[in-house]
Design a protein around this ligand. Structure first.
Ligand SMILES: *Cc1c(COP(=O)(O)O)cnc(C)c1O
Length: 466
């Protein structure tokens, strides 16, 4: 299995290289040269596998000969053993043909643990083999930071720097990052928004001369393909429960950077019977504007009650565009870079192709709270605000459909109490392992929104580490 860049100027790379760099050197994102196909008989033989067993079968298709089967099996087993639910990703029925897939039973209570617990272990495996140190630099709108730090705080060969928008993540999210024990992890509060953080990260990656000799940066936000790979597994895990009835399921996905739903798109390409993929956005609705009007343009970022979806631009959309443009890297680059000047559009034919796979729905804060309230009243089940956008989008887009729709529950409601309280409901308690979070001591550094400030911080810190 080889990976190519969406910008077309990087030679094909192995999985190991892709994991260890994240962003391609030409500024593009790595995608598989060709998506592995899984025939129906093989898929059916996976039906009764436990989560880790299924993860092994799917992930080995993407890691290729970078890692021996027995090593991968051990890593995957250890990864999903830390999840608190024995099923790892339990499916919960709400109404008729309406389900939520609970992806919040990992250490930091969001779906990002599925990928980042794996990524930490894979990094350690490859870096130990090479006896090489790396610095991880990442931007987070909240959940990635803590999940990445939890995934890597034991890594011997990794130092980590996580940027997050100062005062724009929930208190629980901030504390989950700033209270993590581990001298190799650093929380950096940037005086800006998430896109500012992301821009600094991108610039640092394209100019790594500031790092000490021998070091390189690794990206762990969803531009790292290994994260997408890990997320494909739960689409299979959930949909396999319905294959007997020959029912194609739809998935509704609370979407920000388009990483999670792109994993669903790959699952569909692999052969999983998926009917529709529903993009749920909050009021930061660039993807909904594209799907509903064929207009892809920048608008002011607005803080919402579902902060992990507060983005102006969805980085992973580039991976989908590469496919939509039949791997024409020039067009991808023109579309993505042209966004800073003009509204971007695709041809009518391409737009129709996109609409044949994706539905979309924009859910504002008020409707999010209403949905939390409605679902609680109807089913005595508490949704977090991100998941609520997904449930609402599913109801809007699939009204009248007979096929099951599975809404990805991307976070535990206790992480986002503000929305729950606004919905008029009592704040849920944090699970036991985080019960004393509000009493733990915090450690973080506030930095101006500037590339130089971030570079200087990393330089100093790596000097101390040496
Ligand atoms: C990250 C995140 C999302 C958005 O996922 P993308 O892969 O960026 O589209 C949605 N909900 C929660 C809770 C998240 O943490």
């Amino acid at each position: 299995m080889k990976y190519i860049s969406t910008r077309g100027r990087t030679p094909a790379q192995s999985f190991e290289e892709v994991l260890l760099t994240g962003l391609a050197p030409d500024g593009g994102l790595f995608v598989p040269e060709s998506v592995p196909k899984v025939d129906r008989a093989t898929m059916l033989s996976w039906k009764n596998l436990g989560y880790a067993e299924l993860a092994f079968e799917i992930i080995r298709l993407y890691t290729g000969d970078s890692i021996a089967d027995e090593d991968l099996r051990t890593i995957v087993d250890e990864t999903y053993a830390v999840f608190s639910d024995p099923e790892v990703a339990p499916l919960h029925k709400l109404g008729e043909q309406e389900y939520v897939l609970e992806l919040f039973h990992g250490p930091t209570l969001a779906f990002k643990d599925f990928a980042l617990q794996l990524l930490g272990r894979l990094l350690d495996y490859f870096l130990a083999r090479r006896q090489k140190h790396v610095a991880i630099l990442g931007a987070t709108s909240g959940d990635t930071g803590s999940a990445a730090m939890e995934g890597c705080r034991h890594c011997e060969f990794v130092d980590m720097y996580i940027l997050y928008p100062h005062n724009r993540v929930s208190e629980v999210q901030r504390r989950q990052m700033t209270t993590i024990q581990g001298s190799n992890v650093n929380s950096l509060a940037v005086e800006g928004n998430f896109d500012d953080c992301q821009t600094i990260v991108k610039k640092a990656f394209s100019d790594q001369g500031f790092l000490p000799e021998g070091y390189q940066l690794v990206a762990v936000n969803s531009i790292n393909f290994s994260r997408i790979m890990a997320q494909i597994v739960y689409y299979y895990f959930a949909a396999l429960k319905f294959v007997d009835n020959n029912e194609a399921v739809s998935f509704s996905v609370p979407t920000g950077n388009f990483g999670d739903i792109y994993a669903g798109y790959l699952a569909k390409q692999m052969g999983l019977p998926i009917d529709r993929l529903i993009i749920a956005t909050n009021k930061n609705d660039i993807l909904h504007r594209f799907m509903s009007r064929n207009q892809y343009n920048l608008e002011q970022l607005e803080a919402s009650l579902s902060p992990s979806m507060d983005i102006m631009v969805s980085s992973n959309f580039e991976r989908y565009l590469f496919d939509l443009f039949d791997q024409d890297a020039h067009r991808v680059e023109a579309f993505v870079t042209g966004l800073n000047q003009d509204v971007q559009q695709v041809s009518d034919q391409e737009w129709e192709r996109a609409k044949a796979v994706f539905d979309s729905c924009r859910v504002d804060d008020e409707t999010t709270c209403e949905t939390i309230r409605d679902v609680f009243d109807q089913y005595n089940y508490l949704l977090d605000p991100h998941t609520a956008t997904g449930v609402k989008a599913a109801r809007e887009c699939r009204a009248g459909s007979k096929n099951p729709v599975i809404c990805l529950a991307t976070a535990h409601p206790a992480k986002f109490s503000e929305a729950i309280e606004k919905a008029g409901l009592a704040t849920p308690a944090l699970p036991d392992h985080l019960a004393d979070l509000m009493q733990r001591e915090e450690r973080f550094t506030v930095l101006p929104s500037s590339l130089d400030a971030v570079k200087a911080f990393i330089q100093d810190s790596l000097k101390d580490a040496q």
